[in-house]
Design a protein around this ligand. Sequence first.
Ligand code: UD1
Length: 417
Amino acid sequence: MSKLLVTGRQKLSGEVYVQGAKNSSLPILAATILTKGESVIFNCPNLSDIDASSRILRYLGCKVERSDHTIVVKSDDVCRSDIPDELMRKTRSSIVFLGAVLARTGRARLSFPGGCEIGLRPIDMHLKALRELGAEIKEKHGYLDCSAPYGLKGTKISLSFPSVGATEDIMIAACLASGTTTITNAAREPEIVDLADYLNKCGAKIYGAGEGVVMIDGVSSLNGTSHTIIPDRIVAATLMSCAASTGSHIMLRGVIGSQLESVIPVFEETGCTVKYKDGDMEFVSPKRLKTMKIVRTMPYPGVPTDAQAPLLAAACVADGTSVFVENIFENRYRHTSELVRMGAKIKTEGKIAVVEGVQSLYGASVEATDLRGAAALIVAGLCAESDTEISGIKYLERGYENFEIVLSSLGADIKKV
Ligand code: UD1
């Protein structure tokens, strides 16, 4: 099993391009099922979650070719509507295949999705919405058996929470439904906008993506298209956290500043300077960070829950006490016990974490148990005195492409063994 070895106390410097967004790539790959013809997806990161989606597409009958960061999907010959349990368990976002397969074939049989253990992660909103669109769904022995005998039919859907996955699933399913679908309390994340951009280029009629109300006029068919995935704002926030904890000066290339608008003030509060122009972000951290005071995760445009773990790791070495309130997932502080092994002073109670900054962390042998928690351990390892050994890096590889190579290019002493 691979591990990462990090020798701390090295300053980062230089520039890196930020990879394409995992959370855009996954729903867009699922949405290719709706199309006839070829979709060419550029800037798709090489990640195990993307491998899992490609395997699902191939199983369903699509032709999938990958080279470097481009994926070409031909969905003319979709011939199945089931997804085996083994493939569904690889990633949580496999649930967006439900709406896509159902809309394309009129049937879908798949098991409950897997993914990181960061909370219960129910799919009730997905199922309720698809039923409202006319699907018949039976839940039995861990499997979902879905059919739309009379086709899906546009309707008004109101989400009880702006779930990212449910908004995507509904948007995808509604593209080929008859009539108009309106989603109120829709998620507004940039990845929703990216998905809508892809689908609209294929011929879909989606209006208002990125706002609280999204309207989809159903069309009878969709073509393939070419599309470039947006940069990954969470990877950008992680790199900013790495630079912040180590007192470094780096340049992030190819980012979209507006998508980081909630995160930038958190860093500015700690004394970091952030300058953004035309896709380039210059980030300078002071010798010692000031506290983050209070960080509340919220649906977009709030501070993303996915950035909480790396931000919290940087707060461990700030001068004073920072408070985190995790409002999205109920089990998202699992990395804190490992950070405590490295000398961090953190107390958690339910959705609250109180982080009392220390002068310095020290290296230890630690284990990642989820994707963003793994990133947090790297942020900590980079600034720690002595060496840190991080196991469980299969979680990191779900969302960060060659992260040790990216960090090495910035001067970090980190290697995979
Ligand atoms: C997506 C992202 C994930 C991010 C999360 C929140 C992808 C592949 N993953 O996950 O990285 O952390 O958004 O920004 O894009 N919920 C329900 N019932 C449902 C669906 C969700 O109760 O049917 C709850 C969840 O348990 C959670 C909250 O709603 O507490 C938000 O979940 P959601 O926005 O759906 O997250 P995901 O789409 O799973």
